[in-house]
Design a protein around this ligand. Structure first.
Ligand SMILES: O=P(O)(O)OC[C@H]1O[C@H](O)[C@H](O)[C@@H](O)[C@@H]1O
Length: 445
């Protein structure tokens, strides 16, 4: 189960910052149901970028991915070249559930030293490179691909082609025709699926197949979130959490802290930050009116960041809504042993690590509530593929519902384009000479 504990957002618990949930739900029922119906109705229109809803149903593509993985039994290192939505989902799930023996490496930056360090350590004969780019044009990913392709060819000669697999748009960008021309195996990012919504398609599933993640169950969990997103309001978890975010943003909580109590989930906040910020930080609504929507997602991990950020969360400005994620059961546990001479610590003796983790999560949530800081908790029965798939798809739905409530397009990211254009100009790309000149006049070169 994936459940919502919202006790610490209620006015009876946290005072004036809080809400009265039953009446808030009733007051917004019509809007939320309209949002739900609109999303389900628009889903088959490719221009709406709602393809991620149906991807978990596509077991045929999953079978192709698994067959490909089986045919590459020689792989010892898988290098993912991708950035943003083309890396963060697989990275989050692999860290949570991945098992050896294949080692996964994510190249999502163009800092030369780490790339060189990786290249020096890899054995080309045992390495498979998965270049992932929806647009097939992202400078960072393309630069990394140029470097890895050359590295493979220099060491393996014509055999380099066996060591590359491409994941890209069915038609757009340079990678698709290149894969065809060179005869490279290629998987699709469906046209109507944006990068940050792509973890259940081959963008996520291909690397995760090499990490031995139980993909059937990851997709089954995502389908469970779909079922809830279609349900009546009282069972519609993403509509409910979207409403919480909406209500608190109206109350001036401009920051959303996403804080799982799990080191295994340490990359999940990074994935959430992109999903939330790129989808919801928008200057204009669907009608073109200036609206400047968005709340800023902040990463945190419990218990680690209790010792770094919770001071601010409790005593700093109450401009945040904190979203904890807590596991109800450990996959395995460890007893804290008693040690003679350290009886001052006897409150820990014989207790389990999971009990301590659980107590810390509950204690922090309550301490924040006592200070009037709103927070809610999503609880997962346990950390497995099914529940993680459910959580990921739930968060995608939450984002889509918020897009509807704010009447914005949650599926584009026009705000990142200008920086890309400036980069082309600074790198001397053909066709960008006049922009380069403009930049020089502005003192940027
Ligand atoms: O998959 P790609 O087309 O290479 O895009 C990778 C990333 O870069 C872009 O700048 C977008 O802001 C992200 O939404 C996207 O996930």
């Amino acid at each position: 189960m994936l459940r919502l504990d919202l006790a610490n957002v209620l006015s009876e618990r946290i005072g004036p910052k809080g809400i009265d949930w039953p009446s808030a739900l009733a007051a917004h029922a019509q809007r939320l149901e309209a949002a739900r119906d609109a999303l389900w109705q628009r889903k088959s229109d490719p221009a709406e970028f709602l393809g991620w809803i149906d991807v978990p149903e596509d077991t045929e593509t999953l079978r192709r991915v698994l067959r490909f993985r089986e045919a590459q039994a020689w792989v010892e290192d898988l290098v993912v070249l991708g950035i943003g939505g083309s890396a963060l989902g697989a990275q989050a799930v692999a860290a949570a559930l991945g098992k050896g023996p294949v080692r996964l490496h994510f190249v999502d930056n163009v800092e030369p030293e780490p790339i060189l360090e990786l290249l020096r350590k890899l054995e080309p004969h045992k390495t498979l490179v998965n270049v992932i780019s929806k647009s097939g044009s992202t400078a960072e990913t393309m630069a990394a691909f140029l470097a890895f392709r050359r590295w493979l060819e220099d060491r393996l000669g014509p055999d380099w082609k066996r060591h590359v697999v491409v994941t890209t748009d069915p038609a757009k960008g340079v990678l698709r025709p290149y894969a065809q021309a060179e005869g490279l195996p290629a998987f699709e990012v469906p046209r109507a699926v944006g990068g940050r919504f792509s973890v259940t398609c081959p963008v996520g599933t291909l690397p995760l197949a090499f990490a031995e993640v139980d993909l059937e169950n990851l997709l089954a969990g995502a389908r469970k979130a779909n079922e809830q997103a279609r349900a009546a309001l009282e069972h519609n978890l993403p509509a409910q959490t979207a409403l919480l975010h909406h209500l608190f943003s109206q109350k001036g909580q401009n920051i959303v802290v996403f804080m799982p109590y799990s080191t295994r989930l340490r990359y999940l906040p990074d994935w959430f930050v992109q999903l939330h910020d790129e989808s919801l930080g928008k200057m204009r609504d669907r009608a073109g009116q200036e609206v400047r929507t968005g709340t800023t997602a902040v990463r945190a991990i419990g218990t680690t960041d209790q010792h770094a950020q919770v001071q601010l969360f409790r005593e700093g400005p109450h401009d945040k809504l904190i979203n904890f994620v807590r596991l109800l059961n450990p996959s395995e546990d460890l007893e804290i042993p008693a040690v003679r001479g350290l009886e001052a610590l006897d409150y820990l003796f014989g207790k389990s690590f999971f009990k301590l983790l659980d107590a810390e999560a509950k204690a922090t949530a309550h301490a924040l509530a006592k200070a009037g800081q709103p927070n809610y908790t999503l609880t997962l029965e346990q950390l497995d593929a099914y529940h993680l798939g459910w959580l990921l798809q739930h968060l995608m739905w939450q984002t889509a519902f918020l897009g509807e409530l704010w009447n914005i397009n949650a599926f584009d990211q026009p705000g990142v384009e200008l920086g890309k254009e400036y980069t082309y100009a600074l790198m001397g790309r053909r066709g960008w000479e006049s922009l380069a000149q403009e930049l020089r006049a502005e003192g940027v070169e």
